[in-house]
Every structure is written in C-alpha cells, then in structure tokens.
Write a protein that binds this ligand. Structure first.
Ligand SMILES: NCc1[nH]cc(CCC(=O)O)c1CC(=O)O
Length: 329
C-alpha cells in the first residue's frame, strides 16, 4: 500500500463535487480527510451543489426520472473542469453511467440494512392497523405491504433531516431509512431497529459510497486506488448486475444484497409488485472475483420465477402514472 502511495504524485489541488445535504457533505468530507492523509501536499476543496433530485420533493423519485437526478449536476461540474471527482451514495448512481464517466473507487460499506425509525413504536410489528409508514422507495413499500398489509404507506421525500423532521412533526407513525445514513449523520440512536436482510432485503449498493471521475484520468484512478475496498466493490458489482438485468430503473421494487466471505460471495435478490402481492426471490453463491457472473445467474433465476409477470405489472402501473412524469432534461 505504502509503495503505491509513493508512486503517485498528486496534483497541487483537487476539487470534490458533492450534493449539499448533510449526509452528502459528510461523505465528501470523509473522502477529503482520507485523501488529505494520503496526500498531505495536495489542497482539497469541496464544491457543494444542489441537484434536481434535491429540488423536486413533492413526487416519488420513481416518477420523476429516477436516480440520475442526484448525480447529473455533479457530472456536469466534472466535465466542465470545475471538479475532479464526485462523491455519491452508490445507491443513487444509475446502473449505466453516461459516456465519459467511470467509478474510480467504491469505499467500504457502512451498515447496509434498512432502519425503522419512530418516536412511539419499537418496530413495524408493533404498529396498529392503519398506522402510517413513510417511505418513497418502491422496494421498501413492496416489502412492507407484503408482510404488513394492515399498514398504510405514504410517500416521504427529502434529505434525511427533512424526513426526520416530518416524522417528528407527527406526519407518520414510523419511517424507513437507511441505517448507514443515520450512522454517518451521527444519530444512530434514531434507529429503533435495524431490519435483518431476511426481512428487508437492501437496495443494490445501499450503504456504500462511490467516487466518480472522468474516464481516462488514470492519474486519478491511481490516486484513488487506496480508497477502494475490494469486498464492497465485489458485492456491489454483483448487486448492480441484477438491477441492470431488470432495466436498472427505480420503477421496479427490486432488492439485491451480496456478502463476501473470503473467496466466496453470497447474493440474494428480490423483485416484487409495488403492492407486495407478488414477490420473486432468488439466491446463489459463487466466486467473489466474478461478481457479474453471479449477478447474472441470480437475475436469470429470478426471471424464471414469476419475475416476468411481476415486471409486466410494474410497467403497466408506471404507464398509468406516466402523466405525472416530468420531461427529462
Ligand atoms: N435515496 C436516498 C438515499 N441514498 C442513500 C441513502 C442513505 C445512505 C446509503 O444507503 O448509502 C439514502 C437515504 C435512505 O435511503 O434512507
């Protein structure tokens, strides 16, 4: 590791593009601190930006064009030379990057689980019939509806602070958030229960951070290599392969979660209808150094297990709701 660091000569200055939410800034700051330790000579700035995903708060993400909304402005800053790298929550990064961009490093994963957050109840199990649960993720919606059909799911958008504020104002009996975000923001005590993957299978990439750069900047790839965490990188490649096999959109309730144990990887995945009435699951183990193969294998197992019919339902629902779509830009 040390040898590699000595071989790279960092530029005098680096600029990290980040969204301005507290979580995004924490993540950018984390990357800056790690780079500053590796390259003390290099001056590192953070360029905070607002994205369309942050501005549009009144509609469910799957209806407003999906994940790309959180990364586009940051990519523009990179292509215009205003920033060298962008730090993202990997979960918000589209499965296929636009031409000219690449992920240079995937950082070690935080807690990948979904967390139940509430001021009055200890878990989803404790909620009375008709209680309102906040989430805008189709995956979380489908998983809750499948297990707790007596609960009412209402949309919940905004950054973590906004969402916690809505809970605290009494708009929901409980909400579901990523445990990783709450831990990074320094409020792990808000987690009433972190849900086991068996009960709430995480989204592809949940809990992992990614660093995006302009393709071809081999200088940056070498510089960022020490930040890449191999097991996380392998796991999320398998997870994202499953998502890509289903079109990579967030209009389908889809979960994929891989764990790496030495040379082996274990991947679980699920697709469902938004109302949770139909769920298809698949899992498999394989060599950790061939994550795309395992991802493809599990995606095919899903396809052989009612997933096609489930996709048809999702497409039909998306088409009905299509009138709410805003044009992409
Ligand atoms: N789509 C929003 C988003 N993107 C990343 C995180 C949390 C951190 C992570 O999963 O890495 C969140 C909030 C949430 O799901 O509660």
């Amino acid at each position: 590791m040390k040898e590699r660091v000595l071989k790279v000569s960092p530029p005098a200055k680096l600029v990290i593009a980040s969204r301005e939410s507290r979580l995004a800034m924490w993540q950018a700051e984390h990357v800056r601190a790690r780079l500053a330790t590796l390259y003390p000579q290099c001056h590192i700035d953070i360029l905070g930006m607002t994205t369309r995903g942050d501005q549009i708060l009144d509609r469910t993400l799957s209806k407003v064009g999906g994940k790309g909304l959180f990364v586009k402005e940051l990519e523009v800053a990179i292509s215009e030379g205003r920033a060298d790298l962008a730090v993202h929550s990997l979960k918000d990064v589209p499965m296929e990057l636009p031409d000219g961009f690449t992920l240079a490093a995937i950082l070690e994963r935080e807690d990948p689980r979904d967390a139940f957050v509430s001021n009055d109840y200890a878990s989803l199990e404790d909620l009375p019939p008709g209680a309102i649960v906040g989430t805008s993720s189709l995956r979380r919606q489908a998983l809750i509806a499948a297990r707790f059909p007596h609960l009412v799911i209402r949309p919940l958008r905004g950054n973590l602070d906004t969402r916690l504020g809505k809970l605290d104002r009494g708009e929901y009996a409980g909400i579901i958030l990523a445990a990783a975000g709450l831990k990074r923001l320094g409020v792990p005590e808000r987690i009433r229960i972190a849900m086991a993957p068996e009960l709430s299978l995480p989204a592809p990439g949940q809990g992992a951070m990614a660093i995006e750069i302009k393709s071809g900047r081999d200088d940056l790839i070498a510089l960022l290599a020490p930040l890449d965490h191999q097991a996380t990188s392998q796991a999320v490649r398998a997870e994202r392969t499953v998502s890509l096999a289903f079109g990579g959109s967030c209009q389908i309730p889809l979960a994929a979660f891989a764990t790496v144990d030495g040379e082996q990887m274990f991947l679980r995945a699920m697709v469902a209808t938004p109302d949770g009435s139909r769920v298809a699951s698949a899992e498999a183990s394989g060599p950790a150094n061939a994550p795309e193969l395992l991802g493809q294998h599990v995606a095919e197992a899903l396809q052989g297990r009612d997933a096609e019919a489930i996709l048809e339902v999702c497409k039909a629902e998306a088409a009905v709701e299509g009138s709410e779509l805003i044009p992409p830009q």
